[in-house]
Design a protein around this ligand. Sequence first.
Ligand code: BTN
Length: 342
Amino acid sequence: MGVRDKSMKTDRSDILTCLRSSEDYVSGQQLCDRLGVSRTAVWKVIKQLKEEGYRIESVPSRGYRLVESPADAYSESEIASRLRTKWAGQRLIFFESTGSTNPDAKRFAEEGAPRGTTVVADRQTAGRGRRGRSWESPAGRSIYFTIIVRPAFIPDKASMITLVMALSVAEAIHEVTGLPTGIKWPNDIVVNGKKVVGILTEMSMTPEMNEIQFLVAGVGVNVNQESAEEFPEELRGAATSLKIESGRHFDRAALLAEILARFEQDYETFERTLTLSELKERYESRLAGRNAVVRILDPAGEYTGISRGITETGELIVEKETGETVLIYAGEVSVRGLYGYV
Ligand code: BTN
């Protein structure tokens, strides 16, 4: 496990950050000055990074230059060195393997971890999905992370955070991969009709149950699975990965950093109004099945209607065949396309 925050700076991620931010050589002295460590400390870290597969050129009169990171480097320092956020992920806890990052994050939150604390795992042995389902979480393929936020508003508004996260992740994936990401309301992300991202948000309330103590948003992104066979049999028709859809391999640390940067911005926008008013247009532009017929799987009875968008508080607006407009609240029902998942 690696823990990083402002008071426990790891020289490794700081040195990587400095090297990564410069195309040119960075002198040993510059590194010492910027990080406040000795020449020997810098040299030791560089040696260690080289042993781990980082290609770093050292030229006596010029200094160091990062030529290449090891393929799919995914570690606390690799992720931290790519962060450009103020608070999201600034405290980073990385596990090679854990049960599930959601209960881990809840535990850290209960111990007082600040907003933005992020738990990342390369593998989960008891990954959780929504509605009591499990989330297959093998090593070396996907992104699994959970971020803590401490919103100062009433629990009613909490479900909107899932939509905020869905928007941030959908746009981050589009930015990094160029793939056309859609959001299946409220918070699944789909590419070409198949799911690539799931989000599980959980909340802890004050003992009086009138305020949120903290909220954790757990995100699973299928990144580098090579083929559908890597998914459990029952999901093969509905799940996909960024690699399957694009034929390209993606750097998980870079994608995670992009997600955290966007989430930080979108969350701050949301916090200003405590509605989705300033994010709604972007969310709706990615809403899968917008203006198309959807099936509403309501425990009280299934019906069809046309999905028209979302309200400023995140409900799905559906126009029934009778002309009546209904608002669908997340958690109550599932929404499906007329012929399948989307
Ligand atoms: C879904 O069912 O669609 C939600 C899946 C959420 C998976 C993520 S992976 C990181 C975090 N840890 C978990 O155990 N679940 C969430």
